[in-house]
Design a protein around this ligand. Structure first.
Ligand code: DP6
Length: 360
């Protein structure tokens, strides 16, 4: 596949109006995407668990314009209220994907969107938000071209979501999605995420992710700026190589269910991500004191109880606590007893591995 395969040659149907809705989940990376090239091409491959509960639902009402305007015609409603602040983001997204969705200037779109998680919880909604919007736009394209195959639909939705936000391309399918060229993964692509194609041990079924909300404030440094700082980063080369190796090793771990190795890779990836932030120029720290308190508690608990609880981090202070379903009770008890105290307003969200976006 090349990006040209996503440029439609024409549409078989004429459609004047309609309404569609999709619910797309968030995802949590195990091997992290950090650093990118032009056009949202990742500097290294990444892999994630698709989540189940943390999701964005977006509906789009589209009406054909009597005459195409010179600009995109849309309005945005977020959690029931018009949201002007989000409009520039959508406009940028529309202009990036216009080449692949030539109908965009022919319609007026009313986009209504809401998240399942609390607003300003520090949970990034860009992955679920961009994938839900990309799926809605693909649904319009499917109306115009009803013979479209499901594989193409998913690939192009992921391709478009990627242009909105890189990690969003891993939020179309589930339960495990890989994105970025990787020699050991057949079918892997820089252009879109693919469903992890190899064997996965049953210990990973229903794998749990409890998200501890350590800091709900606005991040001091956005992911976009962070990615940019990987250009000319002194350790970038080794880091990108390490991601390839970790992915290859994860394939073995997924096959044989070796949770000790799983933990070692996942925690190292999280700390490496933050080490990249601390060693870029300018350097920055997104972890908070409570992030470290939680990590230390997790290590002590795992050692004392011989369980398989581990952590990962995204580009922020919140901690994702990962554990197998068989250890759910003991881990939730531990979280309530020892970790909740480090969360802002004691807040945390229980989630687990999920199966991808759903049409509503
Ligand atoms: C740390 O996908 O938010 O969560 O492509 O600029 O929108 P943009 O970045 P984004 O970066 C996510 C980074 C990460 C790691 C990951 O999800 O792989």
């Amino acid at each position: 596949m090349t990006e040209k395969d996503f440029i439609p040659s024409g549409y078989s149907q004429k459609v004047t109006s309609g309404e569609i809705a999709w619910r797309a989940p968030s995802n949590i990376a195990l091997v992290k995407y950090w650093g990118k090239k032009k056009n949202q091409i990742p500097a290294n491959p990444s892999i994630s668990f698709t989540l189940d509960n943390a999701a964005t639902t977006t509906s789009v009402v589209y009406t054909k314009l009597a005459q195409s305007k010179g600009h995109f015609s849309f309005e945005l409603v977020f959690e029931g209220k018009p949201k002007k602040d989000f409009e520039p983001k959508i406009k940028t997204f529309f202009s990036r994907v216009e080449k692949y969705l030539p109908f965009l200037r022919d319609y007026h779109f009313t986009i209504e969107t809401s998240n399942s998680f609390p607003h300003s919880s520090g949970i990034a909604s860009s992955a679920s938000g961009m994938s839900a919007l990309a799926l809605c736009l693909m649904e319009v394209e499917r109306e115009l071209n009803p013979k479209m195959k499901i594989d193409f639909f998913n690939q192009k939705a992921s391709f478009l979501a990627r242009l909105g936000s890189g990690s969003a391309c891993r939020s179309i399918e589930g339960p495990i999605v890989q994105w970025g060229n990787h020699d050991d993964t057949e079918g892997s692509s820089d252009l879109f995420g693919i469903k992890y194609p190899y064997k996965v041990h049953k210990v990973f079924e229903n794998y749990q992710d409890t998200i501890l909300l350590v800091d709900k404030g606005q991040k001091q440094v956005s992911s976009t700026v962070g990615h940019d700082l990987m250009h000319n980063h002194p350790f970038a080369g080794q880091r990108f190589e390490q991601a390839h190796k970790n992915l290859s090793e994860l394939q073995q771990v997924f096959a044989d269910g070796n949770l000790e190795r799983f933990i070692a890779i996942v925690e190292s990836e999280a700390l490496t991500l933050h080490a990249m932030m601390m060693t870029s120029h300018p350097y920055f720290i997104l972890m908070k004191p409570n992030t470290l308190e939680i990590i230390n508690k997790i290590w002590a608990f795992r050692e004392a109880n011989k369980t398989h609880v581990c952590f990962t981090l995204d580009a922020g202070a919140n901690v994702h606590v990962l554990y197998p379903e068989s250890e759910r009770d003991i881990t939730l008890q531990f979280i309530k007893n020892e970790l909740v105290a480090y969360c802002e307003n004691q807040q945390y969200l229980c989630d687990k591995i999920g199966f991808g976006a759903k049409k509503m």
